[in-house]
Design a protein around this ligand. Structure first.
Ligand code: SF4
Length: 256
């Protein structure tokens, strides 16, 4: 495992006696052998494909530069009030992924449906580093609801219903970390797909906790390359498919 090395590289901090530092603050101190520090992204990637996480570890793949398009889309999650009041021309010029009328209607439905809406519009915290017992990472928003809840912003497309499994795992990771850090109860998290005007709640129920723990255990155990997936749709979207040697069908072959 190379998480620790990657962490040192990322922060520039020198660990000592089993301690790793982030931005000058100790957040992980255990006696004996240094335990790998998992990030929300590690757990999310493992939930997608453990072998993909193996490649990320092998390459010490840092989060790196966030593409401009991703940043622009994510920024929409902090402009809901303006976007709801915007005319079609303004929306059409924004980096949204659907027609202005669809966008406005979805956002209006989210406002009517979600009791946490005012907190999603004006979160108590933005880009908050959360350090949990087992994983740490950044929540795009921490809502000042009672109890508090984290929200993660995704620049991609949402599924027709619910939240994609790896992204759900990431939201739960953030919720568990928030509960641990603040020693409080956390009952839910949120997944936002702002380019689509979609906001979905993720309850912290036993099934979601199990999904998270399964991914966490798998991420902590990756030493040798895990088996390849049989789900070629996932492989087609994976940046490691060449290293991995999986054969994915091209669009041309799918069209016959
Ligand atoms: S190509 Fe498929 S099996 Fe290989 S790492 Fe990516 S998702 Fe996993």
């Amino acid at each position: 495992m190379v998480h620790r090395d990657r962490e040192i590289h990322r922060t520039g901090a020198e660990p000592s006696d089993g301690e790793v530092q982030y931005a000058g603050e100790s957040f992980w101190a255990i006696p004996g052998p240094v335990r790998p520090v998992l990030t929300f992204r590690d757990v999310e990637t493992t939930a997608y494909c453990p072998r993909k996480q193996y490649y990320r570890d092998r390459d010490a793949d840092p989060d790196g530069e966030v593409p401009g398009r991703v940043r622009e889309r994510a920024a929409l999650a902090f402009r809901y009030r303006d976007l709801l009041a915007a005319d079609d021309g303004t929306l059409a010029a924004a980096p949204i992924a659907v027609a202005p009328t669809t966008f406005r209607s979805r956002l209006g439905a989210a406002r009517a449906r979600l009791d946490a809406w005012p907190h999603l519009v004006d979160p108590a915290g933005r880009n908050v580093l959360l350090c949990g017992k087992d994983a740490r990472g950044v929540a795009d928003k921490v809502l000042g609801t009672a109890p508090p809840a984290p929200s993660i912003v995704f620049a991609g497309d949402p599924p027709d219903r619910g939240v994609w499994h790896p992204q759900r795992v990431r939201v739960v990771a953030a919720a568990m970390a928030l509960a641990w850090e603040r020693e409080t109860r956390v009952e839910r998290g949120f997944a936002e797909y702002p380019a689509h005007g979609v906001v979905r709640e993720v309850p912290l129920d036993p099934r979601r906790r199990d999904e998270y723990r399964t991914a966490l255990r798998a991420a902590a155990r990756i030493d040798d390359p895990p088996p390849r997936l049989s789900n070629r749709e996932k492989c087609a979207a994976c940046e490691y498919r060449t290293d991995c040697g999986v054969r994915t069908r091209s669009l041309r072959s799918l069209l016959g």
